[in-house]
Every structure is written in structure tokens, then in C-alpha cells.
Design a binder for this molecule. Sequence first.
Ligand code: NAP
Length: 281
Amino acid sequence: MSSPIKTYCIIGDPVQHSLSPVMHNSAFSALGINSSYISFRVSSRELKASIESLKSIGIAGFNVTIPHKISILPYLDVLDNTASKSNAVNTVKNEGGQLIGYNTDLYGFIQPLYKRNIDFKGIKILIMGAGGAAYAIVTALSYEKEIDEIIIVNRSTQNASNLVQHGLKLGLNTHKDDFNNLPKLALQSDLIVNATSIGLNNESSPIGRENINPKSIVYDIIYKPIITDLLGKAKDVNAKVVYGYEMLLAQGAQAFKIWTGLDAPIHAMKKALFGIFGEPQ
Ligand code: NAP
């Protein structure tokens, strides 16, 4: 007899552009798993009631995106270390009626850097942004030993200060700096990370070609467009680039493993994202 169908979903607002349904449904189908994944637009006002409903219908698990990654915390029964340490949740598993929160953005961010054998010892890191993703990034970096310094630059200086405090608590040498100093800071950084929304609508990055050292690594966590203005400039000067879709895939693969206990079929997930054109080089 086949096992009963399990349902997974993503909740957020907006959520219609999420690539998680296509990625996870392709993974289920590649492994012949009798499960499906859908998206639900859930406003902040509806969050509590929606979580209760998902629990009562026995949802097997779900992802959480903007704007609920932090506000969902009080509605969960248990938090894994990745969630409690970053104070944010992007993945939930229902274990016998208990909702367990995880944050797979930590692994999602760091895995593409591991894949490139990045040595974190003594490096200077510039992070643009201080939103939910930036918290996951700083938390992921706190597991790496001997990073020299992390500089946070953000539009709202108060949000930058709060993230600096988070980094300091985790034992990282974290400072904030001014948006106007970005060109100079970028040139001095070994790893530049864009964790703002700048680039989602093809906006120009405040970092110019001339501010990118060809020896630096430039990581833009925006995955649509695949090649943001910042990554395009980094490629122009032959700097190493890390694409946002790599983080998307890695966080999704880890969520899949948490839910099913199986290694995610990355190849099928990539194929669902890129179709016949394949992965960009
Ligand atoms: P968030 O919590 O809403 O934070 C947004 C960040 O962008 C804040 O630092 C905000 O600054 C800044 N920002 C927004 N508009 C800006 C503008 N016009 N000029 C300068 N700064 C601006 O969002 P998030 O969850 O951190 O996500 C940030 C981005 O990462 C999104 O584009 C999201 O799609 C992407 N993301 C990708 C992955 C992946 O798997 N690749 C995972 C998570 C997120 P203020 O603090 O001043 O508002």
C-alpha cells in the first residue's frame, strides 16, 4: 500500500513569485515521494490563525518567508539551535503535532562558500543589509573561526546597530559603517555580500566596478535576476562570484532533508529552476 500523501507549503506575503514550490515538487517527483508543495499568501494579521489551521490540518512541514521569519517564533513549539541562535525561522517540521522551527538559511548561505573552499581565517567581510537574511548570514559566519572583521552597512543605521550587537554577542568582531563609505569599504573587503533588496528590480548597486578588487569574492543573495548589477560588475573585473540561487538551492535542500530524512535530488531541483538552459557559469 502506498503511504498517505503529505502536504508542504510556503507562507509569506508576497509569495506568488517564490520558486520553492517548483523546486520541492520536482524533488518529490524525482524521488517518487507521494507529497506536494503549495504556496499560501498569509498576511501578518492572519499569521497566528494560519499557523493554527496548518497545525490542525496536519501539514507535514512548511517554509516561511518575508515578513514572517521572526514574527512566527512565538507560535512554534520547539526551536532548533539554528533558529534560536539567529532568532529567525525559515523551515518548520510538524513532528506528531509539534511544530519545530529551523533556519536553513544559515547552511544555505555558507554551503556555496564551502564549495569554493574559502578560507575564513583573517578575512574582512562587508555585509550590505540588516534584515532577516543578514541575521542568518552573521549567525552562519559565527561558526567560522578567526574571521578578522565584519562590517555592516545598512540604510537604517538603527537596524545596522542591532545586527552589530547580534554579531558581537556571537563573538564576531562586528562594526557598522556609513552607506557613503561603501566604495572604499568594498575595495578593502575579501568578501562582499549583498543582503539588501537592491538589485531585485535591476537597480544599480552602490558599489561600482572600480570598487571591486579582482581578488575579492562577491556574493549577491538576490536570485532573480540571476546576474544582478553587482554580480555583473564583479564578473567584469574577474572577481569570483557567488549567485543567490546557490543559497536558494542549498537552503531548500536542507529543508528537504529535515522533512524527509533523504538527501535532496539537487540535480532535479536545479533542472526545475533552470530548465534546458542549465546553470549559469
Ligand atoms: P528584509 O528583512 O525585508 O530586509 C531587507 C534589507 O534590504 C534591509 O536591510 C533594508 O534596509 C534593505 N533595503 C531594502 N530596500 C532598500 C533600498 N531601496 N536601499 C537600501 N537598502 C534597502 O529582507 P530579507 O529577508 O533580509 O531579504 C533580503 C533580500 O535577500 C531579498 O531580496 C530576498 O529575496 C533575498 N533572500 C534570498 C535568499 C536566498 O536563498 N538566496 C534567502 C533570503 C533572502 P532597512 O533596514 O533600512 O530597511
